[in-house]
Design a binder for this molecule. Structure first.
Ligand code: KG4
Ligand code: ZN
Length: 353
């Protein structure tokens, strides 16, 4: 872990509850002191998707134990905390509300400032805890089951511009849907990844969404994966109708190659266009081996420094929120008011509420 800042920096407690992970972390400057996470994914797996009510109840049950665990592991007393940061959006309204309520209660009780922050920007900010502060303009690709967002980051606390995002499915969501088509367990992403490693990525030429010349004017940096998912479904159907066995590994490999190709091609084009030499990748989908391989190869060719943190910092956690909170506090941003609402579709123009 990089520890670029001294004891004078504020101690920030970060709380994350936008989906199924209850995350609590303590960060001082760019130094992570502790990161405690409890997940309710096992409770959702049998439904084949996140059930917001189930996630909300799990957050309610896990919140105090997770805070207690984080403080205990870091040997920090609650009274030492200087500021509270919490995810204000985007995410599921019920889960967000549990985290925001806990953070508001803590901030009032401790008489400390509260910062409601943007979850997706947190996925970029967490990289600074691992690989050190960003040096100048940085490109961030945040990909998960809920988001696919390409952002130009001048400063995570004050200057983020979203260049593009998905118009339909997120990358992880597309993997989960293809996993279902191939009869794999939920969430399908990691299973499709594993299967793809045994197949031929060039066996089937699946479509690359929004890469045609006509898309360059309006959607050069946007993504679309729903056409690809439909193409995979049609291809499997045609195979079944013809009485042929579905070559699942080749389907998975060709599909994964299409997703990785579009994500990396557009991201590297954006780096070139904006003269950026560092690319940060975050979000749970950064675990995807096809994306990692293609990003490593293409970034090396383009002379771009690629930063992908260990997977536990790519999935949802409290560290990302504490990291962004820490940056925001150090930038001197105004605290959020205690009546801020959560925002399920918070835009990237909002770093703090
Ligand atoms: O960030 P995350 O844990 O939760 C969300 O905010 O969505 O991301 C989970 C998503 C799921 O869609 C999951 O299937 C996908 O990321 N995923 C993967 C891999 N690991 C996780 N997709 C493809 N390959 C993987 N290795
Ligand atoms: Zn996320």
């Amino acid at each position: 872990m990089a520890s670029a800042h001294g004891v004078g920096d504020p101690l920030v407690l970060g709380i994350e509850t936008s989906c199924d992970e209850t995350g609590v972390a303590l960060v001082r400057g760019d130094e992570l002191l502790v990161d405690a996470v409890a997940s309710s994914m096992e409770e959702h797996a049998r439904y084949g998707g996140i059930i917001p009510e189930v996630a909300s109840r799990a957050h309610l049950e896990q919140m105090v134990p997770t805070i207690t665990r984080a403080l205990g592991e870091a040997d920090v007393d609650l009274s030492e905390v200087d500021a509270i940061a919490v995810t204000a959006g985007p995410g599921l309204v019920g889960p967000l509300t549990i985290g925001a309520s806990a953070a508001k209660a803590l901030a009032i009780g401790l008489n400390k400032p509260l910062y409601g922050v943007n979850h997706v920007i947190g996925h970029a900010a967490v990289n600074q805890l691992v690989d050190g502060p960003f040096e100048g303009r940085t490109m961030a690709l945040v990909v998960s089951g809920g988001h696919s967002s390409l952002m130009l980051v001048d400063d995570v606390a004050t200057g983020v511009t979203e260049l593009g995002s998905t118009l339909d499915d997120a990358a992880g969501e597309a993997f989960d849907k293809v996993g279902r088509l191939l009869g794999l367990p939920y969430p399908g992403g990691p299973h499709v990844d594993r299967l793809a490693r045994e197949g031929d990525p060039e066996a089937i030429r699946f479509p690359r969404g929004l890469t045609a010349a006509k898309d360059q004017a309006k959607h050069a940096y946007d993504f679309s994966f729903s056409g690809l998912k439909t193409a995979v479904a049609r291809w499997i159907e045609a195979c079944v109708d013809a009485g042929r066995e579905v070559p699942a590994a080749d389907v998975a490999a060709s599909f994964a190659a299409a997703v990785a190709d579009v994500l990396t091609a557009k991201t590297i084009a954006a780096c070139r266009r904006h003269d950026v030499e560092t690319l940060v990748v975050g979000g749970g989908f950064s675990a995807n081996s096809q994306l990692r391989e293609m990003a490593a190869k293409r970034c090396a060719e383009a002379g771009i420094d690629l930063r992908i943190p260990p997977i536990r910092y790519c999935t949802d956690n409290g560290a990302m929120i504490a990291a962004l909170g820490s940056a925001v506090v150090r930038a001197g941003a105004a605290p959020s008011s205690f009546d801020f609402p959560v925002d399920s579709s918070m835009p990237m123009t909002t770093i703090t509420v």
